[in-house]
Design a protein around this ligand. Structure first.
Ligand code: MG
Length: 386
């Protein structure tokens, strides 16, 4: 079996993986977690991320982040931190690339709408849906459904889980990925790292996309401690940037990302040195180990609050999300009333509402808009983009 090299004692070592639900021969010449990553990259759900919204609906512009570019940025930040901490970079990459696979079209608006539609049928939650994608919905292997990922990759993908669902998971897979939510345990360091990389990535890229879209102005960013500090440093090092706002913003965000990465690496390394866990499993019984300094946490919280009120609640974003919610509601109702409009394997499913939710969740923004137009005769957005 291929082993990882140069990892810390508390990292997730491939050769000590808890394994896959369906036993398979070793993936030589790759490690187990390299195989996880490769399977995710080849999945259908991964390719669809390119046409799924992060904040902006896909047709609003070609330069904004999509779920795919967001996932790549999370993987890049996560891998940089993993390498510096001697954690398993391949596992971090696998979890990062898969962490948004269960996202619906239209970002959070789509997820909220689908959850409302599924209220009487067990609800809809995107972390759980990501696990469903890799456990069941991908159908590309001869002898099993899903991608048959390792326990450690699946543990990282299931970032959150309500207790009732954890109990259900525990029944179907005793001691599996639901268990930690019942016992209050932590996931691996690699999973903790991806969660933080996710936050660091979207705080920075939402500022960038917000300014690029014109919904945020540079003047609005003044007074945000994190932005002020790095803009100040950038201007001091390169005074001519004062006349080049786009380049100044990029230089500010670049410095911010680097500082955040090093802050997290330093704090996490110090916590690990102090706790000195014997191995990856001992980490699960400790408190959260991966984290930023108190000062940085405070500053990124104020950035997050700013983005929430200035960007995510911007009237133009709200208008888009209102329309997107309506599209999801109307699609759900249309398929439920006329299952013959679904692809045959979904229509034949024993649990029709769940099959409809799976089908809608898998759609790209533009496919959802096309289907909505086909089934209702109405166009949710004026622009003739599809
Ligand atoms: Mg994410």
């Amino acid at each position: 079996m291929m082993a990882d090299t140069g990892l810390a004692r508390w990292a997730s070592h491939s050769e000590r993986s808890r394994g896959r639900r369906h036993p398979e021969p070793p993936p030589a010449p790759r490690t187990e977690h390299q195989r996880d990553r490769d399977r995710i990259v080849h999945s259908t759900a991964f390719r669809r991320l390119v046409y799924k919204t992060q904040v902006f609906v896909n047709h609003e512009g070609d330069l904004f982040r999509t779920r795919l570019t967001h996932s790549l940025e999370v993987a890049q930040l996560g891998r940089s931190m993993a390498r510096l901490l001697a954690l398993n970079e391949d596992l971090v990459e696998a979890i990062a690339l898969a962490h948004d696979l269960g996202h619906t079209p239209f970002g959070h608006a789509g997820q909220d709408a689908l959850h409302e539609c599924m209220h009487a049928h067990g609800g809809f939650e995107h972390n759980l849906q990501s696990l469903r994608v890799v456990d069941e919905l991908e159908q590309r292997y001869a002898t099993f459904d899903g991608l048959n990922l390792s326990f450690e990759a699946r543990e990282g993908i299931l970032k959150r889980c309500p207790r009732a669902i954890a109990e259900r998971l525990e029944l179907s897979e005793p001691g599996g990925v639901g268990r930690r939510f019942l016992e209050g345990l932590q996931p691996s360091l690699e999973a903790q790292l991806v969660n933080l990389a996710d936050e660091i990535a979207y705080n920075a890229h939402d500022i960038d996309d917000g300014v690029r879209s014109g919904l945020l102005t540079l003047a609005q960013l003044e007074g945000l401690p994190l932005v002020d500090r790095f803009r100040g440093e950038a201007l001091e090092a390169h005074p001519t940037l004062a006349g080049q706002p786009r380049r100044l913003l990029a230089e500010t965000l670049r410095r911010m990302l680097s500082a955040e990465v090093y802050d997290v690496v330093e704090c996490t390394a110090a916590r690990l040195r102090e706790a000195d866990p014997a191995d990856a499993d001992a980490v699960r019984h400790l408190g959260p180990m991966v984290g930023a300094s108190a000062a940085l946490r405070e500053q990124s919280l104020s950035l997050k609050r700013f983005l929430f009120s200035a960007l995510y609640r911007h009237p133009q974003v709200m208008d888009t999300t209102d329309r997107a919610r309506a599209v999801v509601h109307e699609l759900f109702a249309a398929y439920l009333a006329r299952p013959a409009e679904l692809p045959p394997d979904h229509a034949a499913h024993a649990d029709l509402p769940r099959a409809v939710a799976d089908y809608i969740a898998g759609m790209t923004d533009r496919f959802a808009l096309r289907e909505h137009h086909r089934l209702t005769g109405r166009r949710a957005f004026d622009a003739g983009v599809f």
